[in-house]
Design a protein around this ligand. Structure first.
Ligand code: ATP
Ligand code: MG
Length: 567
């Protein structure tokens, strides 16, 4: 392709809203462009990358026995009512009505559609297992779309769904997808970690996420180098706290004027924050009630664990207002589990402690020496967010912490959709039984940007060869020079003939301008035709290392062709 015929939308500066390198670079390199927050257009260079990313995913999915289909983004309400998610999904679901006031949504995911397709198309057990998949646009009205393609409102996902006869089949399908995802993310050259995950809005039991490691990742991971345990902090458990053996002291109410936060209380009473318990009151809008969660003072609450415990939904859980707190006979800043007029959930760590500081549900008062079982009660469960140096739940060693970008997630759905939606087959005994399902998602556009996040430098993007928009670019220093244009055209023709995706920069621009453009865009190899063109000698530049050396025309062609042939 000739550069003069392309639309190259490179920019000197990225628009203000771009906060992370990969977002800045995708905009500056002219890969994507947007008009509205969280909704993107793919420009010619970005589209070439996107297609390559999709091709790699398709190749591996096909190798794994997947069957590609393509479904509409528009989904009827009725299917979502059948699965029970029309109510539960929350404001992220983009809902609309047609002119006849029939209700629809733009699919944030496709469990309902695939389950409906398979129940209609697959009747005999002989047809199972099946693994249909698609690469398709998804819609989620994210509360805070940000970081470009990382968290957008319209994005491309590869979603696959496995349908098996039984649990054993599901385990095999899940393992197959686990291995396939590992192959896919390895092919993208991503530095990633696989972690145990919560199954969130999708549901089921048993899930892993694939995390591209990055400081800008929104997910926190804890992991154990000793035994290999790794989990998203939403899911991570820690080594069970030992029951403290100390003698229970007398419960005492102490005056704590204006001391509301754990920091204030612990300083005022001169105790470590980890000897205090904090009580957080929530309004659970799914079950329409107030609940209290009690965790150690130095801990962060894990709302995902809480909603799982109370059978609610993250989108429908809010901190209680001051008035709601008052309605429980307590006051903000002095809440405690003793005598609270609502359901109380106690983190197991607090239940195992002796002589804890808690709020007295009275303005300017706390209790010291409060003990679970004697002074307060509640349902004991795990409500804490794991953190650095917490002990591994499997082997008890201190854990490390990483940040990651969730590029993929796999779920064992079991019969969560097949049962209510009656996606069944007839077994050997002649009974109708629900198929056992799994589902498997890759954020295609988020993965594309994650590659940029891991492959860039101060000059721009450094695309790995297998996803680069072009393999090579030929830059004549001055295309009007007869020798330079002769050599450039010759190399261009030869590379094209050998199957290399190559651009010839025939633009009438200064050489520095052209070099900068291609470095920003991130083409892996640059062949510069300059002052030694008459001897068929070029400068050969490798983008990943920025190394530059002289080569003969045939050497330069040979290097690029052999690298492309290795793909
Ligand atoms: P997150 O926790 O980041 O909101 P999720 O767990 O809700 O994501 P899934 O339902 O597991 O997402 O979707 C499968 C994949 O789709 C995710 O692993 C992620 O890579 C991608 N994805 C999800 N939401 C978005 C989004 N708003 N923008 C871009 N990609 C997304
Ligand atoms: Mg997920």
């Amino acid at each position: 392709m000739k550069a003069s015929q392309m639309i190259i939308g490179t920019l000197k500066e990225a628009p203000q809203e771009a906060k992370i390198d990969s977002h800045v670079l995708l905009l500056r390199a002219g890969m994507i462009k947007n008009e509205v927050a969280g909704i993107y257009n793919y420009l010619p260079l970005g589209l070439r990358v996107l297609k390559k990313v999709e091709n790699i995913i398709e190749e591996e999915m096909d190798n794994a026995g997947g069957i590609e289909i393509f479904c509409s983004a528009i989904q009827p309400k009725e299917l979502w009512v059948e699965s029970g998610r029309w109510q539960k999904y929350g404001p992220e679901l983009m809902r609309f009505q047609d002119r006849h006031e029939r209700e629809f949504c733009l699919g944030p995911t496709h469990e309902e559609i695939f389950t409906s397709l398979v129940r209609d198309l697959v009747k005999s057990s002989k047809q199972l297992p099946v693994l249909p998949y698609q690469i398709q646009t998804k819609y989620r009205d994210e509360l805070r779309p940000r970081f470009g393609l990382m968290r957008s409102r319209e994005f491309i996902m590869k979603d696959a769904y496995s349908f098996d006869k039984d649990q054993e089949g599901l385990e095999k399908s899940y393992q197959n997808m686990y291995e396939t995802y590992s192959k896919i993310f390895t092919r993208f050259g991503l530095n990633y970690q696989v972690v145990l995950a919560d199954s969130g809005n999708i549901g089921g039991n048993g899930s892993h996420q694939f995390m591209a490691l990055s400081d800008i990742g929104e997910s926190e991971i804890v992991y154990c180098n000793e035994c290999g345990y790794a989990a998203d902090v939403e899911k991570a458990t820690i080594f069970k706290a030992k029951e403290e053996k100390d003698k229970m002291l007398d419960l005492t109410k102490v005056e704590t004027p204006n001391q509301r936060t754990i920091e204030e209380i612990s300083t005022f009473l001169n105790v470590n924050p980890n000897r205090c318990a904090k009580t957080i009151i929530y309004h659970d809008y799914v079950n329409n009630k107030l609940v209290a969660a009690v965790i150690r003072g130095d801990r962060e609450i894990n709302e995902v664990k809480l909603v799982n415990e109370i059978n609610s939904n993250e989108n429908y859980l809010e901190l209680a207002t001051d008035d709601e707190i008052k309605s429980l006979g307590t006051i903000h800043g002095f809440c405690g589990p003793k005598g609270l007029k609502c359901e109380v959930y106690i983190d197991d760590e607090v239940a195992a402690m002796k002589n804890v500081v808690i709020g007295a549900n009275e303005i300017n008062y706390h209790y010291i020496n409060a003990n679970f079982g004697r002074d307060f009660d509640g349902k004991v469960c795990d409500l804490k967010k794991a953190k650095l140096n917490d002990l591994c739940p499997c082997c008890g060693m201190p854990m490390g912490q990483n940040r990651g970008i969730e590029v993929g997630q796999i779920f064992k759905l079991q019969t969560k959709y097949s049962e209510p939606m009656k996606c069944t087959y007839v077994n050997e005994k002649g009974e109708n039984v629900p198929m056992v399902m799994g589902c498997y998602g890759i954020g295609v556009t988020r993965t594309l940007q994650s590659i940029v996040e891991q492959y860039h430098d101060e000059y721009g993007i450094k695309w790995p060869l297998n996803v680069a928009p072009f393999h090579a670019v030929i830059v004549p220093v001055n295309y009007k020079d007869a020798e330079q244009s002769r050599l450039a055209n010759d190399i261009y023709a030869q590379l094209k003939k050998k199957g290399v995706e190559v651009v010839l920069d025939d633009r009438d621009e200064r050489p520095g301008f052209k070099f900068k453009d291609w470095e920003l865009i991130g083409i892996p190899y640059m062949i510069i035709c300059g002052k030694r063109a008459n001897e068929d000698v070029v400068e050969f530049k490798v983008r990943s290392t920025m190394e530059k050396c002289e080569k003969t025309e045939s050497e330069a062609i040979e290097i690029v062709v052999s690298k492309v042939n290795e793909l």
